[in-house]
Ligand binder design. Structure first.
Ligand code: SAH
Length: 346
């Protein structure tokens, strides 16, 4: 298996057969070997710096009904909220003072938050903070709408493909959602000049090795600037409430593989990783991740953005505790930086 890791490191890609072999035969020793390589690649490009993004979860209202997500439209128990543009601008102001130079506006697909309002909000943020990047993560929109987001000044867009296998996609989503449309959105975003982030759930229900192989091949071909993956974690008020969570070890191994595949990519140590295990985020950084996205939403709303059970939003996960975050990163010899942290190809 070490040979496959060496090959991946040397050529940044593997064939379908090689991916399949690696994902069916890896063990802890393989993961440790990949981790060492990925860490070295990361440190060579980024030193021991970790980029920070202020995550503003600005609406939990969603018209979609993804089976895994706690914000799905059918979840009547979800306590819904929508921040006002002024609330969001206030979050940015607080974030700026804390040293954040990227704001990520993430939300459900909320028809009540119009594209026009979103565009004018992006313009205002860019005007008030010209040295900051704005990332949007508001799901699937027509190409023309993405174009208007770009014209308004948005720099980046996050849209996980969730699973690259069409049949598996259909097992996780209702019929009105299509894997083809989701991938087309990603191609549109890239074509429009966004720095694009995609990614997938690890250990989602019905996931097989061949699905993960498809995910890796998709990312290998698409070459996203940002790659976010995290373990599936069940939410009690969804159809998948009784499904087991994804494996943390597999998630960490995949992070190392993704780092070796795309040495320049921005790869976050996601909240789901930190939720599944205390210290998970630090472990992800040691295995190739180089971004953290602390929560910058107003504290009163954080618990309501419940994608899955027990989602972390306090402690070092909270933006206001940048010091706490730095203290934790210091234990592994890393530090956060006040920097936009744009994608740079070397
Ligand atoms: N509406 C936006 C933002 C979705 S929330 C969009 O469609 O892109 C961000 C991510 O949370 C999703 O892409 C999904 O991968 C993840 N997520 C949702 N439910 C989850 C769960 N139960 N466990 C782990 N991650 C989950």
């Amino acid at each position: 298996m070490k040979q496959l890791i060496d090959l991946l490191e040397a050529q940044h890609s593997l064939t379908k057969e090689e991916w399949h072999r690696l994902l069916t035969h890896w063990d802890e020793e393989t993961a440790e070997y990949a981790a060492q390589k990925a860490r070295a690649v990361s440190q060579k490009r980024f030193g021991k710096n970790v980029y920070i993004r202020g995550l503003i979860e600005f609406t939990n209202i969603c018209k979609n009904d993804c089976y895994y997500c706690g914000l799905r439209a059918s979840n009547q128990k979800c306590h819904r909220y929508r921040l006002t543009p002024d609330d969001i601008l206030e979050c940015c102001k607080i974030g700026y003072a804390l040293g954040f130079r990227t704001f990520v506006l993430q939300g459900g697909e909320d028809p009540g938050f119009s594209d026009e309002v979103l565009c004018s909000l992006v313009k205002t943020i860019k005007k008030q903070h010209p040295d900051c990047a704005v990332t949007l993560s508001v799901g699937e929109r027509p190409r023309a709408v993405y174009e208007s987001f770009k014209q308004a000044g948005a720099d980046r867009y996050l849209l996980r493909h969730e699973t690259a296998d069409d049949d598996h996609y259909q097992m996780l989503h209702p019929e009105n959602l299509s894997p083809t449309v989701r991938k087309q959105c990603l191609y549109d975003l890239k074509d429009l000049g966004f720095q694009v982030g995609t990614g997938f759930l690890v250990g989602s229900p019905f996931q097989k090795t061949e699905h993960l192989v498809a995910d890796l091949l998709f990312i290998q071909e698409f070459k996203p600037q940002m790659i976010g993956i995290g373990p599936f974690i069940p939410h009690e008020d969804t159809p998948f409430s009784n499904e087991p969570a994804g494996s943390l070890n597999l998630t960490l191994f995949l992070i190392s593989l993704l780092r070796l595949m795309h040495p320049d990519a921005l790869i976050p140590a996601t909240t789901a990783i930190g939720t599944l295990q205390e210290g998970g985020r630090e472990e992800a950084i040691l295995r190739g991740a180089n971004v953290v996205m602390p929560n910058l939403s107003p504290a009163d709303y954080r618990k309501d953005y419940s994608l899955y059970n027990n989602k972390l939003s306090d402690g070092a996960e909270a933006a206001e505790s940048r010091q706490a975050l730095d203290a934790r990163l210091k234990t592994i010899g890393y530090q956060t930086v006040t920097d936009r942290g744009d994608y740079q190809k070397r």
